[in-house]
Design a protein around this ligand. Structure first.
Ligand SMILES: Cc1ncc(COP(=O)(O)O)c(C=O)c1O
Length: 306
C-alpha cells in the first residue's frame, strides 16, 4: 500500500530526518490513542504535484483538535504551508500526507491537563488502499457497530476511533472478505472502516447522512459536488442494511480508497457483480478532477511551489 519514505518529517515547525522522528514508548497518544490525524493525497498533475482539497483537510484537522481540546501551536494556514513544504522538501511527485497531532509526554495516566500538543507531518509514496482489486471488492457487514458520537465523537479523526475500524476490518478479512461495512447503533448503514459508502438505485446516488455517525468525508463531499455538476441526482438519507443487497451499485469513497466499487455484500452479488456504470464514470471524473484535468474543479488543488 504505502512505501516508507526516507527523507524528512516536519515536526513542530522544523524538518528532522525520517529516522529521528521518534517518541518514547510511554507517549500518551501511543498508550491511549489520544492523537488526531488527517489523510491527504497529493497527485502528480501536468503542472507538478498538487495537494487535493488541502484547506478542507486542514480545517477538519483543526476541528478534530478542537473537539478534543488540543491546542495547536500553529494556525490552519501554517499547517497548510507545512504540508506543501513537506512535499517539496521530500521531492515527491505524488504522496499520501499524514498530519498527526499528539501529546508527546511519556508517563502513566490519561489526564491531559497541562499537556502540550505536538504536530508532525509525514509524506509517503502511496498506490491504492485496494491495489489489485480493480474488478471491485467483496464486503461483509460487520458484527461490530460503528462508534457512536454520544461516546466517542465520530466527526473527529482520532487515532483511537480506528480500534473500531481494525476490529471490523479484521473480522471481514478473517472471514475471507476484502473489507467491512459498519452499521450505526440504529441498525442503519454507517460507513466503511476508513471510507464513506454510496449506493445507486435507479440512477440516484444515495449516501448516509451525518446523523449515521459517519466521518464527513472530503471525498464524499467531492462526489456529491461532482454529481451535482454532472446533473446526477444525489440524496443523503438513511440506508437499510438490506438495501446493500438490492441496490444496482454500491461503492466506497475515501482519500485512500478513492472510489472503490463493491461487487458483493455478505456474499450477495451487487447488481451484475462487476463495477457499476455510475461508480465507474464517477471514478474517472474524480481521477481527472484530482489531477487538475477538469477545469470546473481546479480550485480544489494546491500546487507545490517549485
Ligand atoms: C472512518 C472514515 N470514514 C470516511 C473516510 C473518508 O474520508 P475522506 O474522504 O475525507 O478521506 C475516512 C478516511 O479518512 C475514514 O477514516
Amino acid at each position: 500500500m504505502a512505501k516508507q519514505a526516507s527523507g524528512y518529517v516536519w515536526l513542530d515547525g522544523k524538518f528532522v530526518n525520517w529516522g529521528d522522528a521518534k517518541v518514547h514508548l510511554l507517549t500518551h497518544s501511543l498508550q491511549y490513542g489520544s492523537g488526531v490525524f488527517e489523510g491527504i493525497r497529493c497527485y502528480n498533475t501536468k503542472k507538478g504535484p498538487a495537494i487535493f482539497r488541502l484547506r478542507e483537510h486542514m480545517c477538519r484537522f483543526m476541528q478534530s483538535m478542537k473537539i478534543y481540546g488540543m491546542v495547536p501551536k500553529f494556525t490552519q494556514r501554517q499547517l497548510e504551508e507545512a504540508a506543501l513544504s513537506t512535499i517539496s522538501k521530500n521531492n515527491l511527485p505524488d504522496a499520501y500526507i499524514r498530519p498527526f497531532a499528539f501529546y508527546p509526554d511519556a508517563g502513566i495516566g490519561f489526564n491531559v491537563r497541562g499537556k502540550s500538543t505536538s504536530i508532525a507531518m509525514m509524506a509517503l509514496r502511496f498506490v491504492s488502499l485496494f491495489a489489485g482489486h480493480n474488478k471491485g471488492i467483496r464486503c461483509k457487514t460487520s458484527t461490530w457497530l460503528r462508534i457512536n458520537s454520544s461516546a466517542i465523537p465520530a466527526a473527529a479523526k482520532a487515532s483511537g476511533n480506528y480500534i473500531n475500524s481494525i476490529l471490523a476490518s479484521k473480522e471481514a478479512n478473517d472471514s475471507g472478505y476484502d473489507e467491512a461495512i459498519l452499521m450505526a447503533e440504529s441498525g442503519l448503514v454507517a460507513e466503511g472502516p476508513g471510507e464513506n459508502i454510496f449506493i445507486v438505485q435507479d440512477n440516484i446516488l444515495i449516501t448516509p447522512p451525518k446523523s449515521a455517525n459517519i466521518l464527513l468525508g472530503i471525498t464524499r463531499d467531492s462526489i456529491l459536488r461532482l454529481a451535482k455538476a454532472e446533473g446526477i441526482k444525489a440524496v443523503e438519507r438513511d440506508i437499510r442494511k438490506e438495501e446493500l443487497y438490492t441496490s444496482d451499485e454500491v461503492f466506497f469513497a475515501g482519500t485512500a480508497a478513492e472510489i472503490t466499487p463493491i461487487i458483493s455484500v455478505d456474499s450477495r452479488i451487487v447488481g451484475d457483480g462487476v463495477p457499476g456504470r455510475l461508480a465507474t464514470s464517477l471514478a474517472s471524473k474524480y481521477s481527472r478532477a484530482v489531477r487538475g484535468e477538469d477545469r470546473r474543479f481546479t480550485a480544489w488543488l494546491s500546487y507545490i511551489k517549485s
